[in-house]
Design a binder for this molecule. Structure first.
Ligand code: FES
Ligand code: MG
Length: 598
């Protein structure tokens, strides 16, 4: 459908406003000076932004610089005008102290760009972990027509005939080095083998998760998420995405039409079925809040916990991104869930059709990689939400709990879902790295390791530091994973059965701030509780002492943004948003246009 609706386009207020010829001339003149003609800018064609997240600082998304050429051709072919612009880079592995500090910064920047410039619609170039939520959050706040395009995963990594998955191999290789099986050079070589091409992590880490969920939410064209970055199909998808956004502008199809409560429920179920990252609840809850859609951390358990694991990708399984694509990607997973009545089929997507229309009959092409609902890898793959005097909420990914871990911690036949252990508390990763191999800590196979000071305020930015390897002396005895709990996050590429995203964090006065090494803790996965076994009086005394000391200490701000974010950020259970920003909703509709600039 390409009915022209030139007068409704917001870009007309810049480029074709007879009521204000001075300003029209000023706006036109500057956009003319790289070669777009007045005829084009005043043609009534939609002006489409390409929000470019790729750069030399962002290798995971860098291929978008190439793909954008095809996106441009698609936009042109459908009768649009292109204005490409940079988004603040967010590189998961490159940014210190953590890329997650920058999610809200990129969000803020993109909101200003989408709202303050002559854009009628936007292509969001998503990929590396936080680029996806940052872009979707901004599109939610501004609410102009928007479509996402994944950069796609890297090709599979290989080493001596075996698949090596990005991120996941680091944790494994580190254990091999600790056990003396490989040296430092071998360690680096093994890790590098996992990243053989352009694209994002080829494992089911946060990137593959968030890109899959962007499709499940309806914000990408069907089948787009899983296509590997270097494949020709990826180029074609870029072109199709460019073409489609122009029609979306004519149809006035906006993020609020697509990302509804039903769409989020679909995404939660898909997240379980793919074995998605523990970062997904933080990011999806954040996107939902910016839309004004009700979504809580408890919804993840209620809606997603019982869904079986269908996708056999590392870290929970064996395969990698190329295999996921060849097996059918997101549509095949959605179709499996749909056959069980677990998908709201009427949820609208960016192509103007429902997810039911898009995915019905999508077949599994390789049942080793995507299993059928009746023959899953694991019966329940969602998150368990835990609460208690340690925190008001934290989550655990049940699908990565190994048999060995179960035997060691969950060995009481009368109480098979609970364990008690002595806490070993680390204040930040430096403290952990410094002391983990120290025998005087007496860490054994039943210890519970705690990481605190790692949340949105404490770190700052909620770092992925909760998954802690066991001490070398235990690894040499074959004990690789200990129970880990913390107020930080964990890489989606880690297979560690940690309890994480604890809110409120120690730095915000959460119970973790009161814990001491040697305290006994009790975790009941059945009841969903996590408590320090300490008397109320003792806890009250510790709380008083903490307050007298001025609260839980954290390092000084090192940059202006660290200070600003610390002052405004919420906790992970509500998405770690800049809370004040969630009051701004659909600003393209509710706030009118910004004032003229001269
Ligand atoms: Fe960027 Fe994994 S580090 S996608
Ligand atoms: Mg990460």
């Amino acid at each position: 459908m390409t009915t022209e609706t030139p007068n409704k386009l917001r870009s007309r207020a810049w480029f074709d406003n007879p009521a204000n010829p001075d300003m029209t001339a000023l706006y036109l003149e500057r956009y003319l000076n790289y070669g777009i003609s007045q005829e084009e800018l005043q043609s009534g064609k939609p002006i489409i932004g390409i929000a470019q997240t790729g750069s030399d600082l962002s290798p995971c998304n860098r291929h978008h610089l190439e793909l954008a050429k095809r996106v441009r051709e698609g936009i042109r072919d459908a009768g649009g005008i292109v204005l490409e612009f940079p988004v603040h880079p967010i590189q998961e592995t490159g940014k210190r102290p953590t890329a997650s500090l920058d999610r809200n910064l990129a969000y803020l920047g993109l909101v200003e760009l989408l709202y303050g410039y002559p854009l009628d619609g936007v292509v969001l170039t998503i990929g590396c972990d936080k680029t996806t939520p940052a872009c979707l959050m901004a599109a939610a706040t501004v609410n102009i027509p928007a479509i996402a395009l994944s950069v796609g995963p890297m090709l599979n990594g290989w080493f001596r005939g075996e698949r090596t998955g990005s991120g996941t191999i680091v944790w494994k290789a580190r254990e091999m080095m600790a056990a003396g099986e490989i040296d430092y050079a071998g360690f680096i070589k093994l890790v590098a083998s996992s990243a053989p091409s352009t694209g994002y992590c080829n494992t089911m880490g946060t990137a593959t998760t968030m890109n899959s969920l962007a499709e499940a939410l309806g914000m990408q064209l069907p089948g787009s998420a899983a296509i590997p970055a270097p494949y020709r199909d990826r180029q074609e998808m870029a072109w199709r995405t460019g073409k489609r956004i122009v029609d979306m502008v004519h149809e006035d199809l906006k993020p609020t039409d697509i990302m509804t409560r039903k769409a989020f429920e679909n995404a939660i179920r898909v997240n379980s079925a793919i074995g998605g990252s523990t970062n997904a609840p933080i990011h999806l809850n954040a996107i939902a809040r910016h839309l004004g859609v009700e979504l809580t951390v408890d919804d993840w358990q209620t809606i997603g916990e019982d869904i079986p694991l269908l996708v056999n990708l590392q870290p929970a399984g064996e395969y990698l991104g190329e295999d996921y694509y060849h097996a059918g990607g997101v549509p095949a997973v959605v179709n499996q869930l749909m056959e069980q009545g677990l998908i709201h089929e009427d949820a609208l997507t960016v192509n103007g059709k429902t997810i039911g229309e898009n995915c019905k009959g999508a077949e599994i092409a390789d049942a080793n990689v995507i299993r059928t609902y009746d023959d899953p890898l694991k019966p329940r793959a969602g998150f368990r939400v835990l609460k208690g005097n340690l925190f008001s909420s934290a989550i655990m990914k049940l699908s990565v709990v190994s048999e060995e871990f179960r035997k060691r911690y969950l060995s009481n036949p009368d109480d098979p879902m609970a364990f008690e252990g002595n806490a070993v508390v680390f204040d930040g990763p430096e403290d952990y790295h410094h002391r983990i191999d120290d025998p005087s800590l007496k860490i054994d196979e039943h210890s519970v390791l705690f990481m605190r000071g790692a949340g949105p305020i404490g770190y700052p930015g909620a770092a992925e530091v909760v998954n802690m390897r066991a001490p070398d002396y235990l690894i040499k005895r074959g004990i690789t994973s200990l129970a880990c709990i913390g107020d930080g996050r964990q890489s989606g590429t880690s297979g560690s059965p940690s309890i994480l995203n604890a809110s409120p964090e120690a730095a915000a006065g959460g119970g973790l701030a009161l814990l001491k090494t040697g305290d006994k803790v009790r975790i009941d996965l059945g009841k969903g509780t996590a408590d320090m076994l300490i008397s109320e009086e003792e806890l009250a005394e510790r709380r008083q002492a903490l307050e007298a000391a001025g609260g839980f200490p954290y390092p000084d701000h090192q940059s202006p943004w660290q200070e600003i974010q610390r002052g405004l950020v919420g906790q992970m259970e509500t998405g770690a948003c800049l809370d004040m920003a969630t009051a701004y909703q659909r600003i393209a509709q509710t706030k009118g246009l910004p004032r003229d600039n001269h």
